[in-house]
Ligand binder design. Structure first.
Ligand code: SAM
Length: 163
């Protein structure tokens, strides 16, 4: 039988310096350099065995403070609309997010990482080692490459802005 609905439980929560989305940098060239902590539930700590050898991790998490979705998004990086699945919008049908972070240290069930872009207290669904496998010369960046080649693009807007 194939499941058509799923119930997921957080494996932990992220501690970050961000209480408001406006504190998180956005737009072309935005750098995510702030540190945070992935606090994994104590009963799942054994699942972190051998993670220290990886420099970078995928963190899969939930946009738990998004309350709706839009199939057409207007990213802060561009004034033109794009389909939600061609963006990283927080307002998506399944509010799932993916961030690549640098692993700096482990202390038991706590991972110190750099590169967080989520609000404090955000639930974590999963962590996986980041292994890049796409050669740089094969990577195509779609509409983002067009925006990068233009100047401007509304870097100060937020995802929740309309218009
Ligand atoms: C553009 S999304 C990208 C997230 C992730 N790197 C990805 O690609 O799926 C990041 C933005 O989501 C918003 N955000 C962060 N944490 C959130 C949360 N817990 N619930 C809802 N929105 C959140 C903030 O506006 C933040 O700048």
């Amino acid at each position: 039988m194939t499941l058509s609905t799923f119930t997921l439980q957080p494996i932990g929560f992220v501690r970050t310096p961000f209480s408001e989305t406006s504190q998180i940098s956005k737009g072309i060239g935005a750098k995510h350099t702030r540190e945070g902590t992935l606090e994994i539930l104590p009963e799942l700590e054994e699942g972190l065995f051998d993670i220290e050898g990886f420099s970078h991790l995928f963190v899969i998490w939930v946009f738990d403070r998004s309350d709706d979705y839009e199939l057409i998004s207007r990213p802060p990086t561009d004034n033109r609309p794009h389909g939600v699945f061609a963006t990283r919008s927080p307002r998506r049908p399944n509010p799932i997010a993916l961030t690549v972070v640098r692993l700096l240290a482990r202390d038991g069930n706590r991972l110190t990482v750099r590169g967080v872009d989520m609000l404090d207290g955000t639930p974590i669904l999963d962590i996986k080692p980041y292994l890049s496998s796409v050669p740089a010369d094969e990577l195509e960046r779609g509409w983002i490459a067009e925006v990068e080649s233009r100047s401007g693009g509304g870097e100060d807007r937020q995802w929740s802005d309309r218009g």
